[in-house]
Design a binder for this molecule. Structure first.
Ligand code: HEM
Length: 415
C-alpha cells in the first residue's frame, strides 16, 4: 500500500524550554485521531472542557494550536502580533510557499488585496451568476436519471473547478494537472518536515511554471477574465511586477480549486443523513439563501497558521518570536462558547460566529464566489432532486490538512 499522511509514523520535534508541560498534547494536523468518524468531529474532540486556549504539539515540526474561537479570531485580526510571514505547517514547508499576497502583512499586502477585490467583487460575481448556474444544471442533468452518483467525484470535484476555469479563461483539459499541484500544497506528503516541504515546493513550482506563459500572453490584454484583470493591475501606481503577478494568479488557482470542492462534499454528507434539514432548505427559498451561512459555520475546512511576530504572553503562555500557531477554523465555528450546540446544523440560528473565511486583512477574497457557488448548487440540486440519501454501505473517507478533504460521497434518490 502506498504510504499516505495517515499511515506514516511521523517525526516529532523536541519540546522547547518555554513550553509548559501541561500545555502539551499529541495532535497531528495531517492525521487527526478519530478522523474516520468525520473531520469536524475529530477536531471537536480536541476542544474538551479542560483543554486550555493554547496547546502545543510536537508533531509537524512542533507548534501551538489555538483551540478557542475568540483566540482564533484575535490571531487572524492582529498581524502585528501574529504575522503571515509563514502560514503553512510544517514551517519548513510554509517557507517554500511563495504565493502572493497571503504571506505579506499590511501595509505591503494592501495594494495587492485591492487588485484581488476588484477581480472577485460581489458586482463582478453577479455578472457571472448565469454562467455558474449553467455549469451546475449541466452536471446535475448528467446523472439525474441514474438515481445515484458519487457526489464528490461527479459534482464537487468538477463544478467549482469548471466555474473557476471559465472565469479565468483557461482550458478544462488542464484541470487534472492543477488539482495535483493543489493536493501537494494543501496536504503535502512525507515522513518529516523536510519531505513535506519538498512535496509542497514541487506543487508551488508546478503552479508557477503553469501560470508563467499565461501571464506573458495576457499582459496588456483587454479581456475581462480574472487573470487579465490581475496581470494588468497597478500596485502603488506602477504595473504589477512579473514575479508578483505569477504569485497572485497561482494563489487564485489554489484558492479557487481546492476549497469549495471539499466544502460541498462535507455538507452534502450531512444533508444525505438528515432529510429533515433538506426539507427545510427545499420548502423555503429564503431559508436556503440564509442557511448557506450556517453551512459555512458548521463545516469549516481551512487550518492555516500564523508566525508569532514578537515575544509576548498570550492566553497565559509565553510565545517566542518565530513560534508557529495553528488556527483551525473548525475550532471557531464548533466552539460551544461562540455557538450554542455547535454540531447541530440549525438554519434558525440567529447570531453566529465563525472564521471559516478567515478574518482581518487576509479574509477570503473569494467568499462572494464561494457563497454564489453553494447557493446555486443547493437551488438547482433541490429543484431536480428534492429528496436524497447518503448510501450506508461505503462510508466517506476523510483527510485532514491545511484544507480538509473527503472522498466518496455516494448519494441515492428516487427517479
Ligand atoms: C468554501 C470556500 C472557501 C473557504 C472556506 C476559504 C477560506 C479562506 C481563508 C480561511 C482565507 C484566509 C487565509 C489567510 O488568512 O491566510 C482565504 C483567503 C483567500 N481566499 Fe478563500 N476560501 C474559499 C473559497 C475561495 C475561492 C472560491 C476563491 C477564489 C479564487 C478564494 C480566494 C482566496 C484568496 C485570493 C485569498 C487570499 C486573500 C488575502 O491574502 O488577502 N477563496 N480563504
Amino acid at each position: 500500500m502506498a504510504s499516505t499522511p495517515e499511515t506514516l509514523e511521523r517525526a516529532k520535534a523536541e519540546v522547547p524550554s518555554h513550553i509548559p508541560a501541561d500545555r502539551i498534547r499529541e495532535i497531528d494536523m495531517y492525521a487527526l485521531e478519530g478522523i474516520e468518524q468525520g473531520y469536524h468531529e475529530a477536531w471537536k474532540k480536541v476542544q474538551g472542557p479542560d483543554t486550555p486556549g493554547m496547546i502545543w504539539t510536537p508533531f509537524t515540526g512542533g507548534h501551538w494550536i489555538a483551540t478557542k474561537g475568540e483566540l482564533i479570531r484575535e490571531i487572524y485580526s492582529d498581524p502585528e502580533r501574529f504575522s503571515s510571514e509563514v502560514i503553512f505547517l510544517p514551517k519548513e514547508a510554509g517557507e517554500k510557499y511563495q504565493m502572493v499576497p497571503t504571506r505579506m502583512d499590511p501595509p505591503e499586502h494592501t495594494p495587492y488585496r485591492k487588485a484581488l477585490d476588484k477581480g472577485l467583487s460581489l458586482a463582478q460575481m453577479r455578472k457571472v451568476e448565469d454562467k455558474v448556474r449553467d455549469v451546475a444544471v449541466e452536471l446535475i442533468d448528467g446523472f439525474l436519471a441514474r438515481g445515484e452518483c458519487d457526489f464528490s467525484a461527479e459534482y464537487a470535484a468538477i463544478f467549482p473547478v469548471r466555474v473557476f476555469m471559465a472565469l479565468a479563461d483557461l482550458p478544462l483539459s488542464d484541470v487534472p494537472i492543477l488539482t495535483g499541484f493543489a493536493r501537494q500544497m494543501t496536504r503535502p506528503e512525507g515522513q518529516n518536515p523536510e519531505e513535506m516541504a519538498a512535496d509542497l515546493e514541487a506543487g508551488n513550482d508546478g503552479f508557477f511554471a503553469y501560470v508563467e506563459p499565461i501571464i506573458h500572453a495576457r499582459r496588456g490584454g483587454s479581456g475581462d477574465d480574472l487573470i487579465t484583470i490581475m496581470v494588468n493591475a497597478e500596485i502603488n501606481g506602477e504595473p504589477i511586477s512579473h514575479d508578483k503577478a505569477v504569485g497572485l494568479v497561482a494563489l487564485l488557482l489554489l484558492g479557487g480549486l481546492d476549497t469549495v470542492v471539499n466544502f460541498l462534499s462535507f455538507f452534502m454528507i450531512h444533508l444525505g443523513r438528515h432529510p429533515e434539514k433538506v426539507a427545510e432548505l427545499r420548502d423555503d427559498p429564503l431559508v436556503l439563501v440564509r442557511g448557506v451561512e450556517e453551512l459555512f459555520r458548521r463545516f469549516p475546512v481551512v487550518s492555516e497558521a500564523r508566525m508569532v511576530a514578537k515575544d509576548q504572553v498570550f492566553d497565559g503562555v509565553e510565545l517566542k518570536h518565530g513560534d508557529m500557531v495553528l488556527i483551525p477554523t473548525a475550532l471557531h465555528g464548533l466552539d460551544d462558547s461562540q455557538n450554542p450546540d455547535p454540531l447541530e446544523l440549525n438554519f434558525a440560528r440567529r447570531a453566529m460566529s465563525h472564521t471559516t473565511f478567515g478574518g482581518g486583512p487576509h479574509r477570503c477574497a473569494g467568499m462572494h464566489l464561494a457563497r454564489l457557488e453553494v447557493t446555486i448548487t443547493l437551488q438547482e440540486w433541490l429543484k431536480r432532486i428534492p429528496e436524497f440519501r447518503l448510501r450506508q454501505d461505503s462510508p466517506p473517507v476523510y483527510h485532514s490538512g491545511i484544507i480538509a478533504a473527503v472522498e466518496n460521497v455516494p448519494l441515492v434518490w428516487r427517479v
